[in-house]
Design a protein around this ligand. Structure first.
Ligand SMILES: [Zn+2]
Ligand SMILES: [Zn+2]
Length: 296
């Protein structure tokens, strides 16, 4: 039996994609930090376009070093945006560098590489699957939804997942305006402390889920061929997998909201992703859970 979350560990709220006046954001870094602190966030990455903001730990709040490197290919209608998180120095990057070089630059600077807002970017599935070294993809993007109507990359990442390309999943604001794009999506992460080392280790271990402010996960238990989720009251619990059809995938609340649900892993499943939806349609998603792994 495997439990994905530590029922005794605290949950921390954080946004890993934030712009400030260092590039095209509307608040300066100090104002942005205060803005998120006041809302109860515990960590933030300032990820300005082609800039680097130094990481810093204060009592009760941690700033992770970050950047966003980009290559907008207008001819092919593909925007390649790579976000670096947890870097300890600036990425060595030149205008015109392509995505593989951006990913390498983030790694060389000590960070993890995130594929930004693929639905907004009009990337194909082949585009995403062509990239090595991506740690996470943004499944929910606040600014992309609020201002472009393309903030949801959930179907996109599931198609890639079904073809064998699975990244961790992030919810982010990608804050620019500190208006309709703020507090729209984030991650909830469990870590022993808010030190940079602990946050990065928990990110790498996948001890987090992405949310648009939907119901919270309490526990996910994998026991033989059964996945059980314990959650805050939800209207719909969906167990996405790479099976075309299964009759227990989408479970709706009846008389009372759902607080726990189970799913039988199908023989053809290679992953399961659990999504919780509240009465307003706000969603939360687990990471991809690998199932039916063949022994190597
Ligand atoms: Zn971007
Ligand atoms: Zn951005």
């Amino acid at each position: 039996m495997q439990k994905l979350y530590d029922e005794n560990a605290p949950w921390y709220r954080g946004n890993l994609h934030t712009h400030t006046t260092l590039s095209d954001g509307h608040l300066d870094p100090d104002e942005a930090i205060q803005y998120y602190r006041k809302e109860g966030y515990s960590f933030l990455a300032i990820t300005d376009h082609r800039r680097f903001y130094q990481y810093n730990e204060e009592k009760g709040f941690t700033l992770l070093g970050g950047t966003e490197l980009d290559d907008n290919d207008f001819e092919n209608h593909a925007a390649w945006h790579i976000i670096g998180v947890g870097m300890t120095k600036a990425a060595r990057y030149s205008r015109g560098d392509k995505a593989p070089r951006m990913i390498q630059a983030v790694h060389e600077a000590g960070g993890i590489a995130v594929l930004g807002h693929p639905a907004w970017s009009l990337l194909t599935h082949r585009d995403m699957m062509s990239l090595d070294g991506i740690f996470a993809t943004e499944i929910y993007s606040g600014v992309s939804e609020a201002f472009t109507g393309r903030g949801d990359s959930s179907e996109y990442v599931d198609v890639c997942a079904a073809k064998g390309c699975r990244h961790m999943l992030l919810g982010v604001d990608d804050t620019h305006y500190y208006d309709r794009d703020a507090f729209q999506a984030w991650i909830m992460l469990q870590a022993p402390s808010l030190s940079r080392e602990d946050l990065m280790a928990s990110l790498l271990a996948g001890n987090f889920y992405a949310t648009e402010g939907g119901p919270g996960f309490r526990q996910i238990t994998i026991d033989g061929d059964t996945i059980e989720v314990q959650c805050e009251p939800s209207q719909v619990v969906t167990f996405y997998s790479d099976a075309f059809y299964c009759d227990d995938r989408v479970q709706y609340a009846a008389a009372a909201p759902i607080r726990s649900a189970t799913y039988k892993i199908k023989k053809s499943d290679s992953f399961v992703r659990v999504q919780l939806t509240d009465e307003k349609g706000k969603r939360s998603t687990s990471q991809y859970i690998e199932v039916n792994r063949k022994p190597v």
